[in-house]
Design a protein around this ligand. Sequence first.
Ligand code: PFF
Length: 451
Amino acid sequence: MEQQRGSFTGKLGFVLAAAGSAVGLGNLWRFPYLAAKYGGGIFLLVYLILAVSFGFALMITEIALGRKTRLSAIGAYEALNRKFRFLGYLSCVVPFIITPYYCVIGGWVLKYLTVFVTNQVSEAAADDFFTNFITQPGAPVVFFLIYVLLGVVVVRFGVEKGIEKASRIMMPILIVMTVFIAIFSMMQPGAMEGVKYYLMPDFSRFNATTVLAAMGQLFYSMSLAMGIMITYGSYMKKEANLEQSVRQIELFDTGIAFMAGLMIIPAVFAFSGGSEEALGKGPSLMFITLPKVFDSMKFGTVVGAVFFLLVLFAALTSSISLTETLVSIVSDKFGWTRKKSCAVILIFLVAVGIPVSLGFGVWSFIAPFGMSLLDFFDFISNSVLMPIVAFLTCVFVGYVVKAKAIIEEVEINGAFKFKKFYTVMIKYIAPVCLVAILIFAIMEAMGVITV
Ligand code: PFF
């Protein structure tokens, strides 16, 4: 099957496809709640520094590995060195952990879309609306199931192209709307405090948790350290400029995350005060804050409905790329048909997603390390597994296949402007920092145990 790899067409084809996978709930839902929780400006600054250093080096590496070998993760590592075959498998574990809970949140987005379409904005703006919703045993599970089914059906019938086309129209509209909502948020009384909080780094709040959280977010948002970008790279044409494409994807992804923060954080100050409690809401932040913004807007119902529809599309393109990855992993591994693989993945997603969804209500007694099941999966994938995969990838490239091999691949098309920086990053800086971060993550988790 590897023989007949298709390629992305057109100059922008690759960038848009990779951006479709990258831009999703990570930017709109996850980034703002982390920024709010971890000190605003300082988190933003750390994130930006990591994006242009780590993010850049890792994305170049993964895409080049894919383009060089023309294989997806498992095959790519193995083709370059048999001993590193395990790394391909390890990176494939990550999407198995992420996808079920991604779909639970997709279900929440779907619920909010129906809330706005049925004109219940003021109800949704009430303080306990969201908590009441996610703690129910029935509704969140139903929305999750609809969302999962939607994704799997798309993958089963291979109509991703249709969704991708639609999202190419939706994505620019989403950007315009995010800017519009951000401006509206910033104009609310009291919001300026939030703008300051978000844009002015408070260095006294800098600590290892900030770096760990920002690093995990970077992997998540840019779809790194899970084999996905290797697969995308395997479809990339040799004529395309790799370095430039990576910069474009990063700019796109980071730009949207930045705007999402500007849309949500000032609103937290305007509507709920800037208390630690309001800012530390975690995964629920977007769902609590945005309805308040829409409720105070003139045509808030319509704006809210369109907004959640666009978020739904961004989420769908990402979760479809995740589901597609899972389906191809099992069908390649076990030689199953697409139909059978889709059925098995559907069962898997439902079996894992239901406890995640119920974990906020009737099954809240399942709380590993004192976290909700969703937070637990999020922590294991973003703060533990992804740094491990990223570290091993750096070792693999820096010392086994050598940075030179990646540089040569990048230079097939034009000069690699930052190649010295890239080499130092991949051989020394990234691995050392990743180990430090990993040790910290484990210590933190142990700290959670003893709390
Ligand atoms: N990068 C996506 C987001 O930020 O929402 C999440 C994701 C999608 C990760 C697809 C991996 C992937 F294959």
